[in-house]
Design a protein around this ligand. Structure first.
Ligand code: BGC
Length: 765
């Protein structure tokens, strides 16, 4: 094939990635160059080669190098592969890229995709933990470091960010997203897209982001993974779609269709979703990839045989087929039978080629093959340092009676629990390329942070001894081996350790593999053997600090009533142990706030702060029967959205407004004074919520509309101001029009969604 020269590509890529309004003319010139190039290339492609671009096989990886699944090398040579997934390292990527560049007819470079979810090799906290930092700069930085490492390791495409709103802690994948709030979730999605893609995909360390799972995957019925969702459009538009849209608006280059059924049509075959909404309404111009065998799964969903569903998926707007090869094996026949047209295939093929073009792969297919970068940029000291800072910011202090924490640096402590001296679990689920052996556990972290601590260790319990759970997670590599000691002996050893110490630090929770994909749970208590340990330890009368590691909100009513201090650490990543230790001994003052409501019991689920009122709201006090309430539980969660303590205390003044009437085009300033009234310097996430009191449709009791994470020295007061404008009051009405309605609003400011001070203002006609 005749190819334009390198200078052409460099100019074109530069232009194609330059998107500001002033440069509109240049952009269209760039688009023209790109289009001309791709049109020329496509004119030489056979239908098979075009369909090949839509094929994403997985090419596994073992310790010594890439393992080609059967026939993939041959398919690459024939031009029947658009990208590969699961291959990284410069050597492995070079090998496959060389195959396509030397053996295939048209030499179209491959994409290399991978699940770089919360870090590549330097692992950051699980995404739910990242979100509880409420620190967009740090979150963007985590994605930037992940992209730098991934691109140094041969990758050019990550299957992240996951921006699915989740209100159901039974769903194991709640750990992979940013919680229950659409506004915060959207901002985090944007930060991650920026971190991955930078300001130009032509940069050497930029990789394609992939917004997933489009859409509503987090609303799976009963919290069971892959399950059906059925939802009104009003709820979708106002509560579930905003984060996807925000990430699309931020320029994410790809979108992954979700596994689930949406109102009768699974996402992968849902033309309304993938074409009308995503492309026509939102203007998305990247490509859509199915989820893993998502096209094949349309068969058990009940939409037809593989040939039928592959045609449906393509026509709906799925451009690339992850692993299943439904496209590769059936589209040609569907074309011959006129069930699809060549222009539909062309459209998908063009989108794939555009992504490669924008990355600069036509100019340099080996752009991501650089052993020197791999050696110096992966798991560097600086990356680990940043990972520790991010992990610290993510941890949430749930309880701290009588200022039990921080520990005295020379205290005599009993360090107890199956996760107290563990590395295996620190990096959490979906840490695909992460090496847990490089992680720091709590014991190691404590010894470093406070060498004078006198530590007596006891394991206390197996991490998991429930046979059903063990069977599932060990089959997937959890490596849990029952201790030689009996459960009773483990507990009695732990009790005697506690009795010898001033204080017991007890590290409990889930196995990392109890979170993530296909890990739904119906019971969110601590596992019974761990709970038995905790009960035995509380019976000693020694003060107890409970350090939790888990992938989801747990039900902790007993713990909250019986344990004086609780620190939620999620799975903190490579530097988890150092971060936890710094918090325990007071080198870092916790500043994280929950982004998911913690229920009292599974029976309260779904439970989320931004719910609607009923016609019979319960005040939480009276004993009236005909109210919206339970007879066996309070309605309130255990810990509300936005909640998290600090070693210091913050005093909020009442909210001040500079005026109470808002006219279209104007703004109101809402402000509070916040004073650090405790004995430590600290950080506080100041949160702004608004309620539209009367609307044309019912509106949530409260919605997050802004926040600021501020630092306050001991004794210091800061004045924090939020600017309110009409845009913040808009919502999708019953005609799905995004508009604000004149009337009265409640405005709340506080340190969590429950403890707020309230004022009223009005939007005038
Ligand atoms: C998951 C995706 C993931 C993909 C590739 C699927 O099972 O749902 O989140 O990106 O596998 O590993």
């Amino acid at each position: 094939m005749k190819r334009p020269n390198l200078l052409f590509f460099l100019a074109a890529i530069f232009l194609a990635n330059t998107v500001s309004a002033q440069q509109k003319k240049a952009v269209s010139a760039a688009d023209q160059m790109m289009n001309t190039f791709i049109t020329n290339l496509m004119s030489q492609m056979t239908p098979d080669e075009k369909i090949g671009q839509l094929n994403l096989p997985a090419v596994g990886f073992d310790v010594t190098g890439p393992v080609l699944s059967e026939g993939v090398d041959e398919k690459i040579e024939k031009g029947l592969v658009g990208g590969v997934f699961n291959t990284f390292t410069p050597q492995a990527v070079e090998k496959l890229q060389k195959l396509v560049m030397t053996k295939s007819r048209l030499k179209i470079p491959l994409l290399f995709g991978y699940d770089v979810i919360h870090g590549h090799k330097t692992i950051f906290p699980i995404p739910l933990g990242l979100s509880t930092s409420w620190d967009l700069d740090l979150i963007e930085k985590s994605a930037r470091i992940a992209a730098r490492e991934a691109s140094a390791d041969g990758l050019n495409w990550t299957f992240s960010p996951m921006v699915d709103i989740a209100r159901d802690a039974r769903w194991g994948r709640i750990s992979e997203g940013s919680g229950e709030d659409p506004y915060l979730g959207g901002l985090i999605g944007v930060a991650m897209v920026k971190g991955y893609q930078t300001n130009s995909l032509s940069n050497k360390d930029a990789i394609l982001a992939c917004i997933k799972h489009f859409a509503l995957y987090g609303a799976a019925e009963a919290g069971r993974d892959y399950n059906t969702t059925d939802m009104s459009l009003i709820k979708m538009y106002n509560e579930y779609l905003p984060p996807y849209k925000a990430a699309v608006d931020a320029g994410a280059a790809s979108v992954m269709a979700s596994f689930n059924d949406i109102n009768g049509t699974p996402a992968t075959a849902n033309r309304w979703l993938l074409t009308d909404l995503l492309r026509k309404q939102w203007g998305f111009n990247g490509f859509v990839v199915s989820d893993y065998t998502g096209i094949n799964e349309l068969v058990p969903h009940g939409l037809g045989d593989l040939k039928t569903v592959s045609a449906k998926a393509l026509t709906a707007g799925t451009d690339m087929d992850m692993v299943g090869e439904g496209f590769l094996t059936t589209l040609k026949q569907s074309l011959q039978e006129k069930a699809i047209t060549i222009s539909t295939i062309d459209l998908a093929c063009r989108r794939m080629l555009e992504a490669k073009y924008k990355l600069g792969l036509f100019a340099d297919p080996y752009k991501y093959v650089n052993e020197e970068r791999a050696k110096t940029e992966i798991l560097s000291q600086q990356n680990r340092f940043d990972a520790k800072n991010i992990a610290e910011a993510s941890m949430v202090l749930l309880k701290n009676d009588n200022q039990l924490l921080p520990l005295k640096k020379n205290a005599k402590i009993a360090l107890i629990g199956p996760l107290a001296d563990d590395k295996r679990n620190m990096i959490g689920n979906w840490s695909a390329a992460g090496d847990w052996k490089k992680a720091i556990g709590v014991m190691e972290g404590l010894k470093k942070a406070a060498p004078d601590l006198d530590i007596i260790y006891a394991k206390g319990a197996n991490l998991v001894d429930d046979p059903a759970i063990l069977k599932q997670i060990n089959a997937n590599g959890a490596d849990i081996v029952a201790d030689e000691k009996s459960a009773d002996k483990l507990i009695s050893d732990a009790v005697s350790a506690a009795n010898k110490a001033e204080i017991a630090v007890v590290v409990l929770g889930e196995s990392a593999l109890m979170g993530g994909e296909a890990t739904s749970r119906t019971n969110l208590d601590l596992l019974p053997n761990q709970k038995a340990l905790l009960k035995a330890l509380t019976a000693t009368g020694k003060p107890i600090v409970l350090v939790l590691m888990n992938s989801r909100p747990l039900t902790l009513e007993w713990e909250d009533s019986n344990v004086p201090a609780i620190l939620e650490t999620w799975f903190g990543g490579t530097e988890a142990g150092n971060a936890i230790a710094d918090i325990l001994v007071g080198n870092y003052n916790p500043s994280g706030k929950l982004t998911t409501t913690f229920p009292r019991s599974v029976g309260q689920i779904p439970i989320y702060y931004n719910h609607k009122n009923t016609g019979r709201p319960y005040d939480g006090v009276s004993n009236e029967k005909y109210k919206s309430r339970y007879i066996d539980s309070s309605n309130d969660p255990l810990y509300p959205f936005g909640y998290g303590l600090s070693y210091t205390t913050f005093q909020y003044s009442p909210v001040q407004l500079n005026k109470v009437n808002l006219k279209s085009g104007q703004t109101i300033q809402a402000s509070v004074d916040i004073q650090n009234t405790g004995n430590f310097d600290g950080q506080e996430v100041v949160q702004l919520y608004i309620q539209d009191i009367y609307g044309s449709i019912t509106r949530p009791v409260k919605e997050l509309k802004g926040f600021q994470k501020i630092s306050l020295k001991k004794g210091e007061t800061k004045h924090v101001t939020f600017t309110i404008d009409e845009n913040m009051l808009k919502f999708y009405n019953s005609a799905l029009k995004f508009a604000a309605e004149p009337g009265d609003f409640n405005l709340f400011i506080g340190g969590n969604s429950r403890d707020v001070s309230t004022v009223k203002f009005s939007l005038l006609k």
